[in-house]
Write a protein that binds this ligand. Structure first.
Ligand code: ATP
Length: 212
């Protein structure tokens, strides 16, 4: 089973990294692919170039064999400049590469809240399961029928099908966001212990995020 963790990673931080590692172990995944998006459809454009976000990601996962970087969204963007990075296209292309076996798309609760606004969001379930990484006490009762019909009773159900299920998995909560890190740096404060030192060094060297 392969896990997929998409994001802007502007910059990557321990909230992303710890969650990715944790779900890899919980679900017994062969690998988790971190997929930096080139042109996020639902938010402002990243503060730094794709190349730099990718280099920071490379520094961050250097010593973590189970975490891999997948550049297909960046590669796609190079070919046709203006296309937004739609997750449905990414899953389609991953499914071609991995025709057999479950794909698990991991998203945070903030991303799940906006999932029904994603391009062709229902079709995401044709290609992958979706696992929402939650905090303790997260309420799932307000799900609409589309989601209820796909809800897995427990995580072992995900291994039985290649795609189509929804599940919620609690992970260690680290209240870290890239937005807060960019603000800390712009205020000339120290972002230490929120993201890997190698990434902090890179940010310093390239003078990233120094202004809003
Ligand atoms: P920004 O503050 O710029 O919006 P972010 O920190 O939320 O960035 P993204 O790259 O946009 O990071 O997030 C990618 C994915 O990681 C999303 O699914 C998001 O829900 C999840 N995520 C972000 N921060 C955390 C965190 N602290 N713990 C767990 N998951 C997170």
């Amino acid at each position: 089973m392969i896990g997929i963790f998409g994001g802007t990673f502007d910059p990557v931080h321990y909230g992303h990294l710890r969650s990715a590692l944790e779900v890899k172990d919980i679900f017994g995944l062969d690998e988790v692919r971190l997929i930096p998006c080139a042109n996020p459809p639902h938010r402002e454009q990243p503060a730094v170039t794709s190349e730099m976000r990718l280099q920071m990601l490379e520094l961050a996962i250097k010593n973590q064999p189970g975490l891999k970087i997948d550049t297909r969204e960046l590669d796609r963007h190079k070919l046709s400049d203006q296309t937004p990075s739609y997750m449905v296209d990414t899953l389609k292309s991953l499914r071609q590469e991995f025709p057999a076996g479950p794909l698990l798309l991991f998203i945070g609760t903030d991303a799940f809240k906006h999932l029904t606004g994603w391009h062709q969001w229902q079709q995401l379930f044709d290609y992958a399961h979706i696992v929402v990484m939650t905090r303790p006490g997260f309420e799932t009762q307000a799900l609409d029928d589309f989601f209820k019909a796909r809800l897995a009773k427990d995580t072992s159900e995900l291994a039985q099908d290649n795609a189509g299920k929804l599940c919620f998995q609690q992970v260690t909560q680290l209240e870290i966001s890239a937005t807060a890190i960019r603000d800390i740096i712009a205020r000339k404060q120290n972002p230490g212990f929120l993201l890997p030192d190698a990434v902090i060094e890179y940010i310093k060297q390239h003078k990233l995020y120094e202004t809003h």
